[in-house]
Design a protein around this ligand. Structure first.
Ligand code: TYM
Length: 336
C-alpha cells in the first residue's frame, strides 16, 4: 500500500486555499483501497509562527473539525495531532544532526525573513528564531516518521518536501549500512489549485490577510466574494477569464462543464457582479452541508479529543518501533 501524508499548521481558521490545495485532495486520496493515509494537525509548527496560545488552541479545534466535516473517515485514515506523537520531536533531533546548515539557509521562509532585515548594519538574523530556521527539519520528521510516499500540498510546500528527501537520503547513506530506512516522498500538487489566489490576487494566505474562510456563514461568504478585486470592465464588455482570479477561484470548485460555460460567458461580457453571484452560489451550495457538520463538531470538543487520541495510538504503533530502530542505527542502544 502507498502511504499518503499531509498536515495543516494550526495558526488560524482554514481557508479555501488550504481546502482546495491540501485537504480536499488528501480526503479524496484516502478513499482509495490501496492507500494508507496519515493526516495531522501541525501544532508544533504553529508555535513557530504564533505566540498566542489561545489562538493556537482554537485553531487546533477548528482544523480538526474541518478535516472531519470535509469527509475524512478517522477509522480509515490515521488522524492525529503532531504534538501527541513524542517520537516526532525525537526524530527531529536525529535529523537535525545530519541536516546540512547550508541546505536550511536556502529555505524560502528563512530567506524571506532575512530579506526583511535589510536595514544598513542590521543583523540579518535579527528576530529569527531557531524554530523558523529548523522548520523544514521538523517537517521532514513528520514525513519520514511514517515513510510517506505521497504528500498532497500546495505549491508553497514543494521545497520542504524536497528537503525531506535530501535529509532522509543523507540519513540512509550515513546510517543505513545498505538499508533504506526512509523512502523518498513525492510532493503531489493538484495543478489547477496549486496556488489558489486570495481576494487581491496574491496567493491566498493568512499572512496576506486576503483569505476566504472555508466555513464562514453564507452572509460572510457573500461579503468576502464581493471584495474580490476585478478589473474595471463594465457589464457587456468582454472579460479575460484567464487573467481573472475570480475565474481561478470558480474553476477550483466547478465541474469542467461549468468552467467552460463561465469562461465563455465572461468572454461574452458577463458583468463581474453576476460572476460573483455565480461564484457565491457555487461555493455556498458545496459548503452548506459540511459547514453544518463543522459547527456540530465544534460543539463537541470531547468527541474530537477522543478521535485524535485514538489516532495518536494508531500513529504511535508505527512510530515507536521505527524510532527504536533509528536510535539503534545511530548508536543509541540499551546496554543490556
Ligand atoms: P499550511 O498550514 O501553511 O497550509 C496547509 C496546506 O494548504 C496549502 N495551501 C494552499 N494551497 C493552494 N493555494 C493556496 N493559496 C494555499 N495556501 C495554503 C499548503 O500548501 C499546505 O499544503 N508546513 C506546512 C504544514 C506541514 C506539512 C507537514 C505538510 C507540517 N508538516 C508534512 C505536509 C507534510 C504548512 O505550514 O502548511
Amino acid at each position: 500500500k502507498k502511504r499518503v501524508l499531509t498536515g495543516i499548521t494550526t495558526t488560524g481558521t482554514p481557508h479555501l486555499g488550504n481546502y482546495a490545495g491540501a485537504i480536499r485532495p488528501a480526503i479524496e486520496a484516502s478513499k482509495a483501497a490501496d492507500v494508507e493515509s496519515f493526516y495531522f494537525l501541525a501544532d508544533y509548527h504553529a508555535l513557530i509562527k504564533c505566540d498566542d496560545p489561545a489562538r493556537i488552541q482554537q485553531s487546533r479545534l477548528e482544523i480538526a473539525a474541518t478535516w472531519l466535516a470535509g469527509g475524512l473517515d478517522p477509522e480509515r485514515a490515521t488522524f492525529y495531532r503532531q504534538s501527541d506523537i513524542p517520537e516526532i520531536p525525537e526524530l527531529t533531533w536525529l535529523l537535525t544532526c545530519v541536516a546540512a546548515k547550508g541546505l536550511l539557509n536556502r529555505a524560502h521562509a528563512y530567506k524571506a525573513a532575512v530579506d526583511q532585515n535589510t536595514g544598513a548594519g542590521e543583523d540579518p538574523d535579527a528576530g529569527i528564531s531557531m524554530g523558523l530556521f529548523s522548520y523544514p527539519v521538523l517537517m521532514a520528521a513528520d514525513i519520514l516518521m511514517f515513510n510517506a510516499n505521497r504528500v498532497p500540498v500546495g505549491r508553497d510546500q514543494i521545497q520542504h518536501v524536497e528537503m525531506a528527501r535530501d535529509i532522509g537520503q543523507r540519513f540512509n547513506h550515513l546510517f543505513g549500512g545498505g538499508r533504506e530506512f526512509f523512502v523518498m516522498p513525492e510532493a503531489e500538487i493538484a495543478e489547477e489549485v496549486a496556488t489558489l489566489p486570495g481576494l487581491d490576487g496574491r496567493k491566498m494566505s493568512k499572512s496576506y490577510d486576503n483569505t476566504i474562510p472555508l466555513f464562514s456563514s453564507s452572509k460572510e461568504l457573500k461579503a468576502a466574494i464581493a471584495r474580490i478585486v476585478t478589473d474595471s470592465r463594465l457589464p457587456g464588455e468582454p472579460k479575460d477569464a484567464d487573467a481573472s482570479h475570480l475565474f481561478t477561484l470558480y474553476k477550483a470548485f466547478a465541474t469542467a462543464e461549468q468552467s467552460v460555460q463561465m469562461h465563455a460567458e465572461l468572454g461574452a461580457g458577463l458583468a463581474w457582479g453576476e460572476a460573483k453571484q455565480r461564484l457565491f452560489e457555487l461555493l455556498d451550495g458545496q459548503l452548506a452541508e459540511p459547514r453544518e457538520r463543522y459547527h456540530e463538531l465544534l460543539a463537541r470538543p470531547q468527541d474530537l479529543e477522543d478521535i485524535l487520541q485514538a489516532g495518536a495510538v494508531k500513529a504511535r504503533r508505527i512510530a515507536t518501533p521505527f524510532l527504536a530502530e533509528l536510535r539503534e542505527a545511530v548508536g543509541l542502544r540499551n546496554f543490556a
